[in-house]
Design a protein. Structure first.
Length: 99
């Protein structure tokens, strides 16, 4: 079994209101994706995770999502916007620390 991939997705909103996300896999830049909305960019990030997994022999992605480098800020935004991993992806995620 392949070791899990350490993946970070760092979101930033451009001055025009679109979203760009740097996807980093095992501390190396993997790709940058974008979307006209946060939800669209988030979908592109999930697709990038799929590509990274396939490139690494089906390894699982263990991810952290950040907003301008801040995981707590992204967690708050994700909760506010209702972002969830679609059930058909076969994975689950939480953007906040459960207590």
């Amino acid at each position: 079994m392949n070791e899990p991939l350490d993946v970070t997705a760092d979101y930033r909103q451009t001055p025009l209101g679109t979203w760009q996300v740097d996807v980093v896999v095992n501390r190396a830049q993997f790709e940058t994706v974008s979307g006209g909305s946060l939800e669209e960019a988030y979908g592109q990030v999930l697709d990038a995770f799929d590509r990274a997994s396939r490139r690494h022999g089906g390894a699982m992605c263990v991810s952290v999502h950040t907003l301008d480098g801040d995981a707590a800020a992204f967690a708050a935004l994700a909760e506010e916007r209702g972002l969830r991993v679609p059930e058909d992806r076969g994975v689950g995620a939480t953007f906040y620390e459960e207590t």
